[in-house]
Design a protein around this ligand. Structure first.
Ligand code: HDE
Length: 729
């Protein structure tokens, strides 16, 4: 900004003078000097349409106007029928050295590096909904391998709601906003969803997962991914093995509190996409390891569940995850629509060395994805859209169609042929030709669920058993929240009947919150998901095996295997609360220490501009209390300085900031007079913030020791133990 008096300032003084290199870059990015039509015709007047006289009607002849308006009219394509809200990034996958014996896929060979494009999504909400809805997250990875595209289209939860693809439209119609009034947006807390849950017992396992902390990821960079179905890996000798795919984030798996998620939806509905974008822009590239659980074909039936049943997982204690390689996302998209919106994932995009199983959910998906892209992207040439293009060359007899880009040459568009020396011809396996796994399939033509699929509650119980006390409390509170939004008492009651089949403690606590009677496990089960002439007894699941079986890998508490040793505070956001009169020296020291660990700090104060410290030093303020919120940070530090803290304790927003961070179980630190703000934010007569788990204070402004303790606490993520000590609501 110029110092000249306003009246004397030039345009350049006010808006600056873009450097020529910026202009050059813009040109590279497609901003040429002259405005043109889509045919490259330079436009002379883009301000006035062509009219018959200056006050006359617009002429049909105005092809420039028509082109511009027509393009605008068609700017939106149908949003995805599910997973509409998404965000994506580019990166690469690098295979580790020692698993070549599992698959012949080129991208899994030692050291191979393959470009990827990964899209994360929520399922139920529309494109404009909030990132922080309680929901499953999609985790879809497109590998541009030298043998063609491989799409691994998974979720952040290892099981699914239903077992057979034919029920998918029903399930989605139940969870999406109700059709008569399009309410609620991006939420499962409504009658039709629980009507479906309560009449379809196969949903019970996944219901608990979505109600758990997994439904509220802290960051897309901090969640696991799962292929869910059994797939196959096939090696160079043709040996096939069943596998389940896993993505393990190097930052660990973390979540936020439900109340916090609801607030974030208002404060920053783009919370997850902003977090991913900023991390990549800042060079903190998110990483996941790809792993597989391997089951030999001869062991297919050795479990007490069916590995072809997508409502079941294989506990990692039974079959450990073998790591195959690492994915790094290191480049944001240039254009959201062209890439994130137009990317088309299809389960049928597969490469030699990977194959399908007979999971009936997977089999239906093989049809659905191609079908949906045809409609969404306008026709059979969606593979020619840049983001969908294979790096391996494409040669076949497919021609023409809506929006065809390729200009095929020659008169031969068929096989087999003599006129073109039979090009393009089939490839032998040794030449990279894909073959399906040789498998004997024999049976009656029948519509029947395998009896091996009909235990709907044991793994739900396993999941419940595997949660810590705090995680269980979150599930109970989530179900109370959701069912309180259900209007029909019979739907609430029937859902409780389902929960009763899983665990008595679970159903009792949920029922208590709803003020309803606790049904007994022996009560009438409800399973309306029986064929019209089906045998109800055949489809009836036994109640959950009431054993103590548990799997530590299913918990995401700080001590669970998924988080073991992952105490880094890299990319965590730390709020520093201070205002004029704060000890700027201490702030600087703490900031430097936190930033050296890769954390990001921001000063939140009562005003914007510069904060004037006790010793005359000044520091730039990042946010005011009005413009940001504790829910957008991972931890809080209150700086010392008597006059700063005095002002903060008088400021309701500052007090609320600390109070909320405490409620959401975040690490809190304060030095010297800063401790007074913690006192002011404490609940009168109830749990004191001071002395609570994860609260670190120092009597003076020497922050070196405090910083180390604080870093440890931030690496611990959340102190959910506070909730268990009946923190007042
Ligand atoms: Fe999908 N799913 N799905 N799904 N799904 C779609 O494809 C479908 C299922 C998943 O970022 C659609 O392009 C059926 C399981 C992700 O673009 C559609 C069935 C899993 C994405 C479709 C399932 C997923 C989708 C909608 C039951 C986890 C987003 C738009 C048989 C393993 C991909 C689209 C992206 C998207 C159908 C069940 C994951 C309609 C019929 C199980 C991550 O084709």
């Amino acid at each position: 900004m110029s110092d000249k008096p306003l009246a004397k300032q030039t345009h350049e003084d006010v808006v600056g003078n873009p450097k020529t290199d910026e202009l050059a870059k813009n040109r590279e990015d497609g901003y040429g000097e002259f405005l043109t039509t889509n045919q490259g015709l330079r436009i002379n007047d883009d301000q006035n349409s062509l009219k018959a006289g200056e006050r006359g009607p617009t002429l049909l002849e105005d092809f420039i106007l028509r082109e511009k308006i027509t393009h605008f009219d068609h700017e939106r394509i149908p949003e995805r029928v599910v997973h509409a809200r998404g965000v994506a990034a580019h990166g690469y996958f690098q295979a580790y050295d020692d698993n070549a014996n599992l698959s012949r896929a080129a991208f899994l060979q030692p050291g191979a590096v393959t470009p990827v494009f990964t899209r994360f999504s929520t399922v139920a909400g529309s494109r404009g909904s909030s990132d922080m809805a309680r929901d499953v997250r999609g985790f879809a990875v497109k590998f541009y391998t030298e043998e063609g595209i491989f799409d691994l289209v998974g979720n952040n939860i290892p099981v699914f709601f239903i077992q057979d693809a034919t029920k998918f439209p029903d399930f989605i119609h139940a969870v999406k906003p109700e059709p008569h009034n399009e309410i609620p947006q991006a939420a499962s807390a409504h009658d039709t969803f629980y009507d479906f849950i309560s009449t379809n017992p196969e949903t019970s396992h996944m219901l608990l997962w979505v109600m758990s902390d997994r439904g509220l990821p802290r960051s897309l960079r901090m969640m696991e991914g799962f292929g869910i179905h059994a797939f196959r890996l096939v090696n160079a000798e043709g040996k096939a093995r069943f596998v389940k795919f896993h993505w393990k984030p190097t930052l660990g798996t973390h979540s936020v509190a439900w109340e916090e998620a609801q607030q974030i939806s208002g404060k920053d509905p783009d919370f997850h996409r902003r977090d991913l974008w900023n991390s990549i822009e800042g060079g903190a590239y998110p990483e996941w390891e790809l792993g597989v659980q391997v089951v030999e074909e001869e062991d297919e039936r050795k479990f007490d569940f069916d590995i072809l049943d997508s409502t079941k997982l294989i506990p990692e204690e039974l079959v450990p995850v073998i790591k195959l390689g690492k994915m790094v996302l290191n480049r944001n998209v240039d254009n959201y629509f062209a890439e994130t919106e137009q990317v088309a994932f299809c389960l049928s995009h597969i490469v030699p060395g990977i194959d399908f199983s007979n999971d009936p959910l997977l089999q239906g998906r093989l049809f659905s994805y191609l079908d949906t892209q045809l409609k969404r992207l306008g026709g059979p040439n969606f593979h020619e859209i840049p983001i969908n293009r294979s790096l391996a060359p494409i040669h076949n007899g497919q021609r023409d169609g809506h929006m065809r880009q390729t200009i095929n040459k020659g008169n031969v568009a068929y096989g087999v042929n003599l006129l073109n020396d039979n090009y393009p011809r089939q490839a032998k396996q040794s030449q990279g030709g894909f073959t399906s796994t040789y498998e004997r399939v024999e049976g009656h033509k029948i519509r029947l669920r395998s009896k091996s699929f009909v235990d709907h509650y044991s793994q739900a119980k396993l999941f419940w058993n595997s949660q810590t006390a705090a995680e269980k409390m979150h599930i109970v509170k989530a179900l109370r929240f959701e069912l309180s939004h259900v209007q029909k008492v019979e739907v609430q009651a029937r859902t409780l009947v389902q929960l009763a089949q899983i665990d008595h403690d679970l159903v009792s606590r949920v029922a208590e919150g709803l003020g309803m009677a606790v049904p007994s496990a022996e009560g009438v089960q409800l399973n309306l998901a029986v064929p019209a002439d089906g045998d109800a007894a055949y489809y009836q699941s036994a109640p959950a095996k009431q054993d103590d079986a548990n799997s530590a890998a299913l918990s995401i508490s700080v001590n669970s295997p998924i988080n073991a040793g992952k105490t880094s505070i890299k990319t965590r956001h730390i709020a520093i609360l201070a205002t004029d009169g704060a000890d700027v020296g201490a702030i600087g020291e703490l900031m430097t220490t936190l930033m050296a660990e890769g954390a990001q700090t921001a000063i939140v104060a009562t005003h914007l501009g510069k904060l004037k410290g006790t010793d005359g030093q000044e520091v730039l303020i990042n946010w005011t209390f009005q413009a940001t919120s504790s829910v957008l940070f991972d931890a809080v530090y209150v700086a010392g300085g008597a006059s700063s803290v005095q002002k903060l304790t008088q400021d309701a927003d500052a007090v609320r900031f600390v109070n909320e961070a405490f409620r959401h179980c975040k690490p809190i630190a304060a030095s010297a007079e800063g401790v007074d703000l913690l006192k002011a934010a404490s609940y009168p007569g109830a749990t004191d913030i001071l002395g609570a788990d994860g609260v670190i204070t120092s009597a003076d402004n020497k922050v070196a020791g405090l910083a180390q303790e604080f870093i440890k606490a931030i690496g611990y993520h959340r102190f959910w133990s506070r909730e268990l000590k009946s923190m007042p609501a």
